[in-house]
Design a protein around this ligand. Structure first.
Ligand code: ATP
Ligand code: MG
Ligand code: MG
Ligand code: MG
Length: 565
């Protein structure tokens, strides 16, 4: 493609609000522009890279026999009411109404829609297992969408779902997906780890996150120096947990609603309900210097605030006048320093949920709690971590080696869902004996647009992006230093024609710009191999330079195709 006519509006500077390297560099390289917070336009270069990433993902999904389809982004509320998530998903859910005032949402993920499709179209064990996937725009009204493509409110995801008659085939598909993910991120040149992510209340089901190692990541990983043990030490967000509190669980047999006067302390509530404090789901348990600090919260999660009703060890909590926990002094295990609970709220893990068969939760109405509630059956806890899991320097739980901490960006997530959705939505098949049974399910996501940004986070220097060739928008950046010079122009045109005919993706800088500008732009855009047609053109020679290694030299134009990566 000829650069003269291309839409690549490079910038020398961008505003200070772009904090992440990927955000800054992609703006500067003329790859993305923000339309609204967390909503971006992909300009031609970014779109090429996005499609490269998509293609790698698609090939690896197809290779393990997953079938591609495309589900609607606009989902009727009814389906999400069936699963319970219309109420529980929380403020990230983008809801809307049509002209008849029917309720809809823009899908942040598609378990409901795919489960609905499969329950209608697949009724026999003979069709199972089946894995389906799509590459589609997702919508999540994220609280702080300030990191460019790393956290969009509209973003591109590959989401796959598998349906099974038995646990064994789920285990197999999960393993296939896990390996496909490893191949995908390896092909894209990323330094990543697959880490164990504790699923707590999901019922002991297995899940792994794929993390790109990067200082700018939001997650903290515990990595063993001696074996391949790797785990995420973080966290459910407060929002996720609270929005998850049983919405309509009273129509489940055994669940009871109990009225509890508003001003109760944790002791009073638990005594009244005949439960132990740990069984309260909306409680936070930190371990500070080996001592538990239990905080019962009255959460106002819209306002992103956590208010305390009762603290077991008040000395370790610094409270504001309005009872808001300002910070927990000391260092709750697993966190680097004192934790401020008001902002950001990322610190929360509900220790009490782990392994718990029944819990006490808020009834989503004033002055009432629900008892005999089963986590995962009656409400969803998306992510869960035990805050005591690890501290830097701890012994590795697998081999006894030493754990070190590292930061990571979550680019993929594979999850054994079990029957969470099929049971809630009455999605069944007929087994070999002709008996109706709920599908056993798995789900598998990759943030395609986040992957693009994660690559830039990992692959850049002070001059710009350094694309790994698997994700580069073009493989060769051909620069005619002075297109007005007849020798240079002729040789550059010849090379452009020849390389293009050989199927090599070439960006041809044929602009009338100073050489310095062209080279600066070339470093910024980060295409793997630069070929410069300059003064030596009259001898039929060109210069080459690899963006990553900086290795450079000159050679005769005839030798060129042999030197390509
Ligand atoms: P995070 O913890 O970063 O909020 P998540 O756990 O909510 O991500 P999943 O529900 O597991 O995300 O979605 C699957 C994948 O989609 C994630 O692994 C990530 O790569 C990507 N993803 C999630 N949220 C966003 C977002 N706001 N912008 C871009 N990619 C995202
Ligand atoms: Mg999220
Ligand atoms: Mg996550
Ligand atoms: Mg996730």
């Amino acid at each position: 493609m000829r650069q003269k006519n291309m839409l690549i509006p490079t910038l020398r500077h961008v505003g200070a609000e772009a904090e992440m390297a990927s955000h800054r560099l992609m703006l500067r390289a003329g790859m993305i522009r923000q339309l609204a917070a967390g909503v971006y336009t992909y300009l031609p270069l970014a779109y090429r890279t996005l499609r490269k990433v998509e293609q790698v993902v698609r090939e690896e999904m197809d290779r393990i026999g997953a079938q591609e389809l495309l589900l609607p982004a606009m989902n009727p509320a009814e389906l999400w009411k069936e699963s319970g998530r219309w109420e529980t998903y929380g403020p990230e859910l983008v809801k809307l109404q049509d002209r008849h005032e029917r309720e809809f949402l823009l899908g942040p993920t598609h378990e409901e829609v795919i489960t609905d499709l499969v329950r209608n179209e697949v009724n026999s064990y003979k069709k199972l297992p089946m894995a389906l996937y799509q590459i589609q725009t997702k919508f999540r009204d994220e609280r702080r969408p300030r990191s460019g493509l790393l956290r969009g409110r509209e973003f591109l995801m590959k989401d796959a779902y598998s349906f099974h008659a038995d646990q064994e085939t789920l285990d197999e598909t999960y393993q296939d997906m896990y390996e496909a993910y490893r191949r995908i991120f390896t092909r894209l040149g990323l330094d990543f780890r697959a880490v164990e992510a504790d699923s707590g209340a999901i019922g002991g089901s297995e899940n792994h996150e794929f993390m790109v190692l990067s200082e700018s990541g939001e997650d903290t990983l515990a990595l063993c120096g001696s074996c391949d043990y790797a785990a995420n030490i973080e966290t459910a967000e407060v929002g996720a947990l609270t929005e998850a509190a049983a919405p309509t669980a009273t129509d489940v047999p055994g669940v009871e609603k109990v009225s509890t006067p508003r001003a109760s302390t944790i002791d009073e509530v638990t005594r009244m309900l005949g439960k132990k404090p740990e069984e309260l789901v909306k409680s936070l348990l930190f371990t500070v210097d080996g001592e538990p600090v239990l905080v019962l919260v009255r959460g106002d999660h819209e306002a992103n605030e956590v208010k305390v009703k009762h603290v077991l060890d008040a000395e370790q909590c610094e409270l504001a006048d309005d009872d808001t926990v300002r910070r927990v002094t000391g260092s709750p295990a697993g966190f680097a320093g004192p934790v401020g609970l008001k902002q950001p709220v990322k610190v929360v893990a509900d220790h009490a949920v782990k392994g718990m068969r029944e819990a006490v939760v808020g009834a989503n109405e004033a002055d009432a709690h629900l008892v005999h509630v089963r986590p995962a059956r009656d409400f969803q806890v998306d992510l869960y971590a035990d805050v005591r899991t690890a501290q830097e320097g701890d012994a590795c739980p697998r081999c006894g080696g030493t754990l070190r901490f590292s930061r990571g960006i979550e680019v993929g997530h594979v999850f054994k869902l079990g029957t969470r959705y099929s049971e809630a939505m009455n999605a069944t098949f007929l087994d070999r004996e002709g008996k109706e049974r709920p599908y056993i399910m798995g789900c598998y996501g990759i943030g395609i647009s986040r992957v693009v940004a994660a690559i830039v986070e990992q692959c850049h220097d002070e001059n710009g992006i350094i694309w790994p060739s698997g994700a580069a928008p073009y493989q060769v950046h051909l620069i005619a230093v002075n297109p007005k010079d007849p020798d240079q122009s002729r040789l550059a045109e010849e090379l452009y024609a020849q390389l293009t005919a050989d199927g090599i993706e070439v960006l041809f800088d044929d602009r009338q710009e100073r050489a310095g500008v062209k080279f600066k732009d070339a470093d910024l855009l980060g295409i793997p191999l630069r070929i410069t047609v300059g003064k030596m053109a009259s001898d039929g020679r060109v210069e080459y330079k690899f963006r990553r290694s900086g290795k450079s030299g000159d050679l005769s134009a005839e030798e060129l195709p042999l030197k390509l990566p």
